[in-house]
Each structure stands twice: as C-alpha cells, then as structure tokens.
Design a binder for this molecule. Structure first.
Ligand code: ADP
Ligand code: MG
Ligand code: ZN
Length: 470
C-alpha cells in the first residue's frame, strides 16, 4: 500500500524583548537559576500581569512578514494544566482570538498555509539529576514571550515530507531573524517545534489520525523524528492495526519515540479568558506603522538583485548574510553599479573579512571608489591600492585618487599617447603589419600606464591608442 503523508507544525519562538511578557524581569538566556524572577512570573498569589508592548509589537511584525491578518481585538486566555514548570498551573496563551490569523510561507513551489500565530508565555525549565532522584526547577525562562505559529495541515497544499517540514522551519527562522523578531538560536532552545504526523492511503480524501511529537530541538532531530513516525505508522497499518491519537516523546539519542500521553483535546485545558488581562486592541494605524518597519525578506531581495543584473549565484550568497546585505544596500544608495558592488563584496571584501567577519571599509568609501572607476578617473590597480588603504585606516578616497592617479584629463592622455607613438616607430610598424597586434596594443597600454604612473585610465588609453595606431 502507498501512503500520503500529512504534516502539521506548531513552532514556538522566543521573542527578542528586553523583559518578559507580563512582568519587568529580564528576558535573558542563562543566569543563576531563579534570579530573573518576580512574584508575577513565579505566580505568587495576588500578583498581576501587565502586557509588554514590545512583545505585542514583535508578534504583529512576525504576522505581517508572513502575510497574516492582524486581529483588531485579541484576547489572552488561561490554558490550564498542572506541571511544575508552570507555577500558576496555567499558561497565559491565546485560543479563540489570537493576534494573527492566516498567512503562508513558501516551501519549494508550495504556499504552505498558516493557521495562526498567537502570543503566550514560556514555562520554566526542569532539571533532572542524572540518577533521576531529584528534579530542580529554574524559573528564569518562565514568562519569556513566545509566539506559536501553527500550520494548516488539513488544507492544500500542506507539508508532505520531512524535507519540506525542515525547509519550512529554516525559512521561518530566516524570516524571524531578518525581521528582528527572534534570534532563534536552536541550542538555546529559542525555537522549538511540535510535529504532527498522519498518513492515509494514497489519494484518499479522509485524513488519518495524527500523532504529535512535542518540543523537538534542532532541525535534524525534526527530520529524523518525522521519518521515524512515518515508518512506525506504516508498520502499524500494514499489519492491520489502528493509529491511536497520542503525544509521543522523541528521543533523539535513542532515535526512537515513546508514548507520553494518549488523546488530549482543547477541552482538557479548560481555556477561559484571563480576567487579569484586558483584551488587546490594535488599531490599523499601529499595524501600518509596524508594517513600514519590515525589511525586504530574502526572497524579495534576491528578486531585486537579479533584476539589477547580479547572477543567481551572487544574489544567493548575498541574501544569506545580513552583513553582506547591509553593506550592499548602503553602497547601492550611493552608487548605481550593482554588479561592481557585488564584485568587490564577493571578491576583495569577502576574502579580507573571512576571519573576523568584519567589513572594514565604509559603504561611502566603496561607493566613491566604484564611482571614480566608472568615471574613468581610476584604474583597477590604483583602485585596489586605495581600497586597501581605506580598509586599514581612515582616508579621503577622493584626495587619494587625485594624488595616486587616474585623474589625467583626456587631452593630457592624448598628448602622452602621441608622444609614446612617436618615440616607438618600430613597435608602430610591427603593430600595423605584425601577427600579434593585440599583444602590442597591451604593450602600448603598459607604456602609457608607466609614463603616467598609473594616473591614466587604461580602458580610455586603449581606445585612443587603437584610433591613433591606425
Ligand atoms: P491540537 O489541538 O491537538 O494541538 P490542532 O488542531 O491545534 O491540534 O493542530 C495541531 C497541528 O496539527 C496543526 O498544524 C494541524 O494542522 C495539524 N493537524 C491536524 N490534523 C492533522 C492530521 N490529521 N494530520 C497531520 N496534521 C494534522
Ligand atoms: Mg496544539
Ligand atoms: Zn517576573
């Protein structure tokens, strides 16, 4: 029997705010256990939460970058469950009215629909002693703002393989990092995914029962967990068994999963509006303000770079690196020769910055160098000399260009060429009758560069030489 695979993702990302989502404690990874805590995030009786405006803003930004609609009114609810990482015994989350609805993200050629993005708080961290006798709790992470994005698995198109799921996660991570919403450092647990998997006979319209695997860290683990689960389900079905709805825990070291809990529904959480928090109203004006802050995303940037004449290869490299993008964009504002910027960026700049990842020339100086070259006031070798100086110290590029060369006027250049031709009658006649005119032309250009001490524009010189040597 052949099967279709259906995958739904629930992705948590920690927002990049200074403080927690409902209290003024630091949102900072690590620290001595239980030092970033207060009565609010410890859930002490009588403590009252207040919403962090920046967290709300970042959640809206994430939604806008992914084409979601922003709910003008959204509501915080209590998701009740009892587990010691949650001191209040409920998590403040959103269900009926999340901040963002809809949207999509492209995977391959497919626009994968997004169901929602909501804002919630993270839980604390349980630390189990190695012999299993003691569990310690660190609440530093409790109350850190999270956005949870849920994909729409029961609509077309949806994610159908481990490869597609991982591509979705990688693209999403890129969007979050790009928009400055979240750092998504996987090792710090700043981005975690729950994976829902079901299979059904090929072409069947009825969906199979899904199995969820929670809190998988790392994209490779997601990949392995999905493939393991697909095989597990195929095995059960091929033996005539039924898939039970359950939550399983993926153990990436053992490369297998085991049952955590059977069948759980939204009702089990007894969601209800949190009476301590007001509903959130977001005006269109605020949404538009946030929309204006969203930078172009990698895919859009790539399109733009291709249209400016960069090759697919060049555009792809630049959009992968925020440093390169920043430099390219800033230089492009001062100089319209995109191809030249890209050449410098992927050539000299990349090789000089490969150890410390620091670009030590300003976009301003880079633009000046390229513009001087394009105006015929600098040749490539002098340009390189100036570039190297500008990399190591503060220099006045234009002044340097004047002293080092390239600023010979056209008349001066012509006069110089005429005198060189007069001084070399043998070379001239060899050029006119000889077998290797190209080689001699190069030699003449060399003479011009030598005599002008690099001040001549080699391209211009070649043009004039060709004309005069006729
Ligand atoms: P739950 O309440 O169990 O968390 P949700 O309805 O919130 O379930 O869905 C969680 C994720 O599972 C979503 O991405 C959803 O699209 C996906 N999903 C729902 N049904 C299936 C299914 N049959 N197969 C695969 N994924 C599914
Ligand atoms: Mg869910
Ligand atoms: Zn706190």
């Amino acid at each position: 029997m052949e099967y279709d695979v259906v995958i739904g993702l629930e992705v948590h990302a920690e927002l990049k705010t200074k403080t927690k989502v409902f209290c003024p404690c630091k949102n900072e990874f690590g620290g001595q256990p239980n030092t970033h805590c207060c009565p609010v995030c410890l859930g002490l009786p009588g403590a009252l939460p207040t919403l962090n405006k920046e967290a709300l803003k970042l959640a809206i930004k994430a939604g806008l970058a992914l084409g979601c609609q922003i709910n003008e009114l959204s509501v915080f609810e209590r998701k009740n469950y009892f587990y010691p990482d949650l001191p209040k015994a409920y998590q403040i989350s959103q269900m009926v009215r999340p901040i963002c609805l809809g949207g999509h993200l492209k995977v391959g050629e497919k626009e994968i629909p997004i169901n929602r993005i909501h804002l919630e708080e993270d839980a604390g961290k349980l630390i189990h002693s190695s012999d299993g006798s003691v569990t310690m709790i660190d609440y530093n992470r409790g109350g850190v703002p999270l956005i949870e994005l849920v994909t729409e698995a029961l609509q077309e198109p949806h994610l159908e393989s481990a490869e597609e799921a991982v591509e979705f996660l990688e693209k999403l991570r890129q969007v979050y990092i790009f928009t400055g919403v979240a750092d998504c450092e996987i090792e710090k647990g700043q981005m975690r995914a729950d994976v829902n998997v079901s299979i059904k006979p090929k072409g069947s319209s009825a969906f199979g029962t899904k199995v969820e695997m929670k809190n998988i860290m790392g994209f490779k683990a997601v990949y392995r967990a999905i493939n393991y689960e697909i095989e597990r389900q195929k095995n059960i079905l091929s033996k005539g068994g039924v898939i039970e709805q359950e939550t399983r825990r993926w153990d990436d070291n053992a490369q297998e999963s085991y049952t955590m809990r059977k069948k759980e529904n939204a009702q089990d959480y007894r969601y209800f509006p949190d009476p301590d928090l007001l509903a959130v109203e977001v005006s269109k004006t605020v949404v538009d303000e946030i929309r204006r802050e969203i930078p172009m995303l990698p895919e859009e940037l790539k399109e733009k770079y291709l249209s400016l004449g960069l090759s697919d290869y060049e555009a792809s490299i630049i959009v992968k690196d925020q440093n390169l993008i920043d430099f390219f964009e800033k230089t492009l504002k001062l100089c319209s020769n995109a191809k030249a910027i890209s050449n410098w960026l992927l050539g000299e700049i990349s090789s000089l910055s490969k150890d410390d990842n620091m670009i030590k020339i300003s976009p301003d100086d880079m633009a000046k160098i390229i513009n001087l070259m394009d105006d015929g006031k600098l040749n490539r070798s002098v340009a390189k000399t100036i570039f190297t100086k500008a990399w190591n110290e503060n220099v006045d590029v234009e002044a340097l260009a004047k002293t080092l060369g390239g600023n010979l006027s056209e008349t001066e250049l012509e006069e110089m060429i005429v005198s060189i031709i007069e001084k070399n009658p043998k070379a001239v006649s060899d050029y006119q009758n000889g077998a290797e005119p190209e080689k001699l032309l190069k030699w003449f250009v060399g003479q011009v560069m030598k005599e002008s001490r690099g001040k001549a524009n080699a391209v211009k010189a070649e043009e004039i030489l060709k004309e005069k040597l006729k």
